[in-house]
Design a binder for this molecule. Sequence first.
Ligand code: SF4
Length: 223
Amino acid sequence: MATKTQKALLAGLRALYPNPKPELAFTNPYETIIAVMLSAQSTDVQVNKVTPTLFQKYPTIADLAAASVEDVYTIVRSCGFRSKAGNIVEASKLMLLRHKGNVPNAMEDLLALPGVGRKTANVVLANAFQVPTIAVDTHVFRVSNRMGLASASNVEETERQLMRVIPRKDWIDAHHWLIFHGRRVCHARKPDCETCTLRAYCRYGSMGNAEVKPKTRKQPKEP
Ligand code: SF4
């Protein structure tokens, strides 16, 4: 159950970001899972630069399952390590084998794919299948714990606490609200508390910490 302050924070976030949409580009569940896997420890902007070429060359899971890892890596290398190319090819092979070339819509099936952790699975469930989830990435973890929507030292507990204070109908939007606020205002190194419209309700900002580097808890590792 949310406190009055937490409700004010959620209302403020909704007002700031009224139509939250993913900043990753995808048009179907296959593109969703591949784009989200590539986005780990990369940026949405960078992923959006490579996926048009990737999806043009490999338009289906079956196409990507049959691809050579080296060929895929030449397209996605700007998004990170070679292991990512290996993971998206291997995950495609498993989706072809176990799910008839479709993206599974159950958490346990998603987690069985290489390179897919709970955050990635939650993002896929929310964006490809509209299943209410709160995916806790580095922004969601940092911002929610700073402002006081959560008080947790790990991503799993953060997710549980957010699910308790945020109405289920807002879970998917809240994931985007917290990411947008983390990218635009509540930066990792130096949150812009001076201009933040949520400061009056924020646990960190209301303590007059605008100029002090916050003691962030251990940041989650992307899968
Ligand atoms: S007041 Fe500061 S710490 Fe709180 S949400 Fe705003 S930018 Fe982040």
